[in-house]
Structures are given as C-alpha cells and as structure tokens.
Design a protein around this ligand. Structure first.
Ligand code: PSU
Ligand code: MN
Length: 309
C-alpha cells in the first residue's frame, strides 16, 4: 500500500504515540538511523544492538525514535516487532537523500542512512540524532567521485549528529575539508583529537572540542539563531576499553578496501561491503567495538537532547 498522490508531508511522517507525547510535552527525543541495522551489522546482533541503544537512551531519560520507511511512510519510532522485522529482512533498500522520496512514492521497504534520517528527523521536529559513523569522502574520491550524501545533509539540515567520528576507511582529511567548506562545525567531545570510529586516535586535530552536553546545547542554540543554518557533527571517541588501536586497524582497513576494489564494488554498496570485510578480518572484534561506540553515542545524544529542552 502506498499513500495517495495528494498526501502532505505530515501524512507521510508517522511518529509513534510515545514520540508524539514526548514532543508535545517538550521532553527529549533522540533519532536513530536504520541502515546500521540492515546494512551495518549482521542478524541477530543488529536487533540486539538496536534494543540496547534504545534502552540506553531511555536510561538517560529521553525517548528513542528509530526511523525507517514502511508502506510508503516514514515511521519515527519503531516498536519491537518493527525492529525485529527490519533486522531480519533481506530486501531492504538503503535510502539516502536520493532514495528516500523514491521509496516513499513506490512503497519500497527502506532503511535510512545518516542523510535520510536527518531529513526525516528534522521534518518530525527532532533535533538530536545518534549514529555510529557518518559517511564521508572515500579514499580515491579524486577518481571515483564517491562522497557521501551525509556531508551535504549536514550542511543543509539543522540536526545535531552524534558520531564516533569518520571511519578510517574514508579519507578523513578530505572529509574534514569538505565539512569545513560546507560550513559544518565538527566538535570532538572530551578530546582535542578527532576520533576515527573504531580507534580513539586519527592523528588529526579536531576543529573544535567541548567537554559537556550543556556546552554542546549552547552551541546548537546559538547556531539555531541563524536562518538556514545546517547541522553540527559531534565526534565522540569510543571508550578506551572497547577501541581497536589505529595502527592495528589500518591493516584491516587497507585489506578490506583492496578486496572491494578487486571485486569492483561501487556506489551505495561500498560502505556495507567494506564493513562486512572488516568484520571478517577482525574475527568479529570490529562489531563489538561498533556496538560499544553506538551505545556511547546514544547516551551522549540523550544528554544533549535533555540539555536542549
Ligand atoms: N557506519 C556504520 N554502519 C553503517 C553506516 C555507517 O558503522 O551502516 C551507514 C550509515 O547509514 C551512513 C551510510 O549514513 O553508511 C553511508 O553510506 P554512503 O557512504 O553510501 O553514503
Ligand atoms: Mn558513496
């Protein structure tokens, strides 16, 4: 079933009861993406993680809102059966900005990336979003032109994205350059160095550093005074006990990228393929790190959302 072609944006965005009441009561809500469930982690760890992350947000006093496209509508806040169905499904479309409206108009079952989740979150009135890592400028982008739509979305959509930095499978210096060009503040949390997803270190200084959720909320409120302001990227390092150090990680990343190149993986398939290859190369350790950092980001996002209301 799809919506009629006279639908308004409000018809297309369905917040569940809990999210609606929280928004009406001015309580903190944290948006969550679904591509990490369908394309970022294997079943059943994907659904277990989705549940843990939602529980982490509730434990901080905020309401979680996982976002996905179902039956021609953007669902904001999934129940347990929806999460389970999404985690098991094998035919889910990875929806970024270019795909979101196509999935809605045709009734395709879709998982939202950082870019599409930001679009949906903003349309639903959510200001804070927790994820693992953002997409960015891929290595070799000077040849492939592969630059994630996440960067453009950060430039245009006023949502605070809490990440563990950019994955070192990307070209992190070029990713930072594009974010600066597009006017996106990048703020490392509790550190001066930009974290690199599985690793706390990247060897690059973060453009900015803040040490509390309250300071981040003040930055967001200040930015919101300017019309047309876009998003803010928070880079929250993975806890020390869960990290895979940079020197160890770089070997796995290089091998995974060589495999992707050898198999001629292109476009939307690159990120899921490389993540899968790294999972194999690290014997599952990269998944444990990924789960720990997403949970860490969810807790910080909940505290930022609370400081904003
Ligand atoms: N990071 C992860 N797992 C993921 C992704 C990022 O650890 O699944 C997803 C996010 O949804 C992100 C997307 O927005 O990959 C980026 O894909 P692309 O590079 O094709 O824009
Ligand atoms: Mn891409």
């Amino acid at each position: 079933m799809t919506h009629s072609d006279t639908a308004t944006l409000e018809d297309l965005i369905v917040c569940n009861g809990e999210v609606r009441s929280a928004l009406a009561a001015g309580k903190p809500v944290v948006a969550l993406e679904s591509t990490i469930i369908t394309h970022g982690m294997p079943f059943p760890r994907n659904v277990e993680t989705a549940r843990l992350v939602e529980a982490d947000i509730r434990a901080e006093g905020a309401v979680p809102a996982t976002i996905a496209v179902m039956d021609g509508r953007i669902m904001v806040g999934l129940d347990d059966a929806d999460l389970d169905r999404l985690a098991r499904a094998e035919d889910v479309m990875k929806c970024s900005r270019a795909d979101l409206t196509f999935a809605l108009a045709t009734g395709i079952y879709g998982a939202t990336t950082v870019a599409a989740t930001m679009m949906a979150a903003h349309a639903a009135g959510l200001k804070v979003f927790a994820t693992g890592g953002i997409g960015g400028v891929h290595r070799g982008a000077e040849e492939s032109f592969d630059i994630s739509a996440d960067l453009d979305e950060l430039a245009r959509t006023p949502v605070c994205v809490v990440s563990a930095g950019a994955k070192a499978l990307l070209d992190i210096p070029k990713t930072l350059e594009v974010l600066e060009t597009r006017g996106v503040p990048v703020v490392a949390y509790g550190t001066e160095e930009l974290p690199a997803f599985w690793s706390r270190a990247s060897g690059l200084a973060a453009p900015y550093s803040l040490n509390s959720a309250e300071e981040i909320a003040t930055l967001l409120k200040t930015r919101a005074l300017f019309p047309g302001h876009g998003g803010v990227l928070i880079a929250n390092p993975v806890p020390e006990a869960d990290e895979i150090p940079q020197d160890e990680m770089s070997g796995y990343i290089d091998a995974a990228i060589r495999k992707a190149t050898a198999q001629n993986i292109r476009g939307k398939d690159v990120t899921p393929f490389v993540l899968g290859a790294i999972l194999e190369l690290t014997d599952g350790r990269s998944l444990e790190t990924n789960i720990a950092l997403v949970r860490n980001n969810a807790r910080l996002a909940a505290r930022i959302a609370a400081a904003l209301v």
